[in-house]
Design a protein around this ligand. Sequence first.
Ligand code: ADP
Length: 192
Amino acid sequence: MLNIIIFGKPGSGKGTQASLIKDKYDLIHISTGDVFRKNTSLGTDLGKEAKKFMSKGELVPDKITIGMLEAEIKSFHPCNGFIFDGFPRTILQAESLDKLLTNNNLSVDLVVALEVDNKTLVERLINRGKTSGRTDDQSEEKINKRLEEYENKTKPLINFYKNQEKFISINGFGDLNEVTNRLISIIDSTIS
Ligand code: ADP
């Protein structure tokens, strides 16, 4: 199995790149944001709860997020591996993922971060908000809150995965296909 985490700030292109490479490696793409949004549109209890936080640009509490992720993994396992997009976003989430995978004799193989400067991120998100219908992309205040959450809660994961010698960062700026090619070459050199 191959388990990859696509890491980066909101708007860095995690979801786009994960969708582009999942078939090449026959991996299941799990986007926690997408699962939350699906639940919100279905009006489930999970969706209603998650919406309270997402609509403010805040992270959904760990307990809810970790429970949901575990259920997602179980529903697809056995498979060739996963691309995690938007998870983990806190140290507790990363520790929970390690435990869950270890219990199944699995592990995170690689964490690839997409590096994009904040000015470009805000532009991308505002643009996305014009067509995506995502209310968290439509206000600069909510975008800034998401970037603040990243700094406070998600950034510490860089050292967490550097200590495990799994962290690699690539330039996420530029042509979509160029970024995909950078990503593919990192993955190929990891699995070869
Ligand atoms: P983006 O990365 O562009 O912000 P996502 O779809 O990944 O978009 O996430 C949207 C929102 O969903 C986040 O702002 C947060 O409220 C919630 N969310 C997604 N993943 C997580 C997570 N792992 N932990 C907590 N909240 C999350």
